[in-house]
Design a protein around this ligand. Structure first.
Ligand code: HEM
Length: 156
C-alpha cells in the first residue's frame, strides 16, 4: 500500500539500486578512467570492469524483483485507488526497456550464445538510449517533487 512501511522501504531500496545501476552501467562504457574519476583516492574500483559488471548484474537481480513486485502490486491492488500519471507510464516503460534489453545483453554475453552484430548493436542502443532517457525523466521528477522549480505540463 502507498505510504506503508513496506512501500517506504521499497522506495529507498529502489533509489539505492537505481544509483548502483547508473554508476555501474556508466562504468561499463567505460568513462570513469577517461575522465579521471578513477584517479580520485577510493574510486579506482569504478574503472575495474569485473567489479562494475558484477555490481550491475547483482543490482539487476534486485531491480527485477522490485519491478515485478511493484508492477503486480499496482495492477492487483493500487490501480483501483491510484492512477499512474503519463510521466509515470513513461518511466515504467523506460525501466521495462532497460530490463528487457539488459537481460538480452546478459544472455548474449554467455558462452556459446551469439545474436549477431546488428541485434547486439540495436540492443546496446536501446539500453543506452533508455538509460539517458530514464536519467532525464528521473531528474525532472526529482526537481518537480523538490518544488525548486514549478514545471507545468500537460502530462501530469
Ligand atoms: C536502471 C537500470 C539500468 C541502467 C541505468 C543500465 C545502464 C547501463 C549502461 C549505461 C551500460 C553501458 C552500455 C554500453 O557500454 O554501451 C549497461 C551495460 C549493460 N547492462 Fe545495464 N542498465 C540497467 C539495467 C540493466 C539490467 C536490468 C540488466 C539485466 C541483466 C542489465 C545488463 C547489462 C549488461 C549485460 C551490460 C553490458 C553489455 C555489454 O556486454 O557491453 N542492465 N547498462
Amino acid at each position: 500500500m502507498k505510504n506503508s512501511p513496506v512501500s517506504v522501504i521499497i522506495k529507498y531500496v529502489y533509489i539505492a539500486v537505481l544509483t548502483v545501476m547508473f554508476i555501474s552501467g556508466f562504468g561499463q562504457m567505460p568513462i570513469f578512467k577517461r575522465y579521471y574519476i578513477a584517479d580520485i583516492p577510493g574510486m579506482a574500483w569504478t574503472a575495474d570492469f569485473f567489479i562494475t559488471s558484477d555490481l550491475h548484474n547483482f543490482g539487476a537481480v534486485i531491480l527485477i524483483i522490485l519491478f515485478a513486485f511493484v508492477l503486480v502490486e499496482y495492477f492487483l491492488i493500487l490501480r483501483k485507488s491510484y492512477r499512474l500519471t503519463a510521466a509515470g507510464y513513461v518511466r515504467t516503460l523506460l525501466l521495462g526497456l532497460l530490463i528487457v534489453s539488459g537481460l538480452l545483453l546478459f544472455v548474449s554475453n554467455m558462452r556459446g550464445v551469439y545474436f549477431g552484430q546488428t541485434t547486439l548493436i540495436v540492443l546496446d542502443l536501446i539500453h543506452v538510449t533508455s538509460t539517458f532517457a530514464l536519467l532525464t525523466a528521473l531528474l525532472i521528477f526529482a526537481i518537480k517533487k523538490s518544488g525548486w522549480i514549478e514545471i507545468k505540463s500537460e502530462l501530469d
